[in-house]
Ligand binder design. Structure first.
Ligand code: FES
Length: 153
């Protein structure tokens, strides 16, 4: 049995049928073919699956798809607009802020959410704290921090 989910995905209104127990991460990757959102740990520990829900960064592996009823979901595929990279994407490129790249979509989704949140301080310590849920096994943290600070306008 499936339930109807009406939501907005990367700016487009969508209506889909999902299993009541389907997790947002799996719906994005397997049902909707959006493979940019990565599955790392699948239990809220790594941040690879980070998306925006109504503008807030969330682990999509911890969220049932049906909880997104009426909400705005943005994935890494929705970050670039009109053929232009988002400033965070541009600065990650310029600062070499990745090695294997697996954690990068989640890093970028957390970074864009934190830059849009004026409650989070601009100093390095505040940015590190806000990014602490995104793990990079290659240890590219120095360049990631540099990229986030460079993207700040
Ligand atoms: Fe969701 Fe690791 S896959 S936090």
């Amino acid at each position: 049995e499936t339930v109807r989910l009406d939501f907005t995905l990367n700016g487009e209104p969508r209506t889909i049928e999902v299993a009541p127990n389907a997790v947002l991460l799996d719906v994005l990757r397997e049902q909707l073919g959006l493979g940019g959102t990565k599955k790392g740990c699948d239990h809220g520990q790594c941040g690879a699956c980070t998306v925006h829900v109504d503008g807030l960064a969330m682990n999509s592996c911890l969220r049932l798809a049906i909880m997104c009823q009426g909400q705005q979901v943005t994935t890494i595929e929705g970050l670039a607009k009109d053929g232009q990279l988002h400033p965070v994407q541009q600065s990650f490129l310029e600062c070499d802020a990745y090695q294997c790249g697996y954690c990068t979509p989640g890093q970028m989704m957390s970074a864009t959410a934190l830059l849009a949140d004026d409650r989070i301080g601009a100093d390095d310590a505040s940015v590190k704290e806000a990014m602490s849920g995104n793990i990079c096994r290659c240890g590219a943290y120095k360049n990631i921090l540099e990229a986030i600070q460079q993207a700040r306008v």
